[in-house]
Design a protein around this ligand. Sequence first.
Ligand code: S3P
Length: 429
Amino acid sequence: MTLTIHRVASLEGELRAPSDKSLTHRSYMFAGLASGPSRVTHPLRGEDCESTLRCMGQLGLQHEWLSETEVLLTPAARWSQPTEPLDCGNSGTTMRLLSGLLASRELDCTLIGDASLSKRPMKRIGTPLRSMGATFEGDTPPVRILGGNLKGIVYDSPVASAQIKSCCLLAGLGAEGDTIVREPSLSRDHTERMLLAMGASVVRGVLEDGRSTSGISPTDALSPFEFSVPADISSAAFFIVAAAILPQARLVLRDLSVNPTRTGIFDVLEQCRVPFDLGEERSELGEPVADAVVGWARDPLPFEISGPLVPRLIDEIPVMAVLATQCLGTSIIRDARELRVKESDRIELVANGLRAMGATVETFEDGMAISGPTALSGATIDAHGDHRIAMAFAIAGLIAEGTTTITGADAIATSYPNFESDLMRLTIV
Ligand code: S3P
């Protein structure tokens, strides 16, 4: 599918962004661990989360749609041996978290994925799972896991990755003894918050050298839950940047997940002096939720993203790069090597695409420098199967002279099925 974007005058309106992808994945997986049925309202119906629901179904989780937006999830007394490989589609979260859950179960499972996922590194979870006692084969998908008889470990993760951390903690739930993960800085902590809310014993801290630790004790007594999934800040990010760069724009965001491990985008808006306001917080299963307002910045200042800020906005970096093209000076993104092993090599694709639109971009192994402000011009951009690349360049197209054509835009359905209609509704021609 091709998405054609023309320059617009502004943006105005209210957005309830699609529900959070990370939280939807976890709600489906963790419902399979509970002692009774759980109820999830507004789960994300994007392809990644549907992959998780299908895999969990193969393992025995039953689901019943009570309405279009509410699903009842009934766990099996014992997880069943799947007869077919578990297809994780495009979703790294499905493969890595599910691997953790399978590692303590006496099952023999093969996990497969699409062309993009089949290139992504799995050794990063194979290493800790093997040292806990599981058999794990495959440095890239397909992977095979023969689980059972795990012992808890202290794992020093070389990267701040919630997928690695969650994989280890989930394996730890079924191990003998506690499992502790130490990471260079805190990655998103949804697993810790949700398991705590379900009654698990989770201990968290910060070491003297600044590393972050999360520990879990084994248990098979987790409570079922009712969870209304808030809106995904990583999806809202596309429209947040659109509001920041379109003259006179004003965007109201509803029900936004504002977990502090995910709100790095607001730190960047502050650096750029983009006006925004965060409303009062409420809580959903230990997750903070709020409304927000974002407006246009006439002359945004350049920003720097590095260190502990990186995991707090890792998925937003492609669209942050679009914002950088409009900032007065050079914006720097560093310590973001992980971008090279996401759904695509996001450093290369962002830099090449922005250059094709006229921007000045220098790349590094772990990031890029973007000098602005630049008047962008339309170009044809291939999304390379990466939903966030497709959406980031659609936003760039809103301020570009001429036509921007995104090929392979069907990838957007991975996380944001209604992206195009939200774009049409909120923009002013
Ligand atoms: C996710 C964690 C992040 C993020 C991904 C979702 C999660 O990956 O990029 O889209 O739900 O745990 P890493 O933790 O590997 O950086």
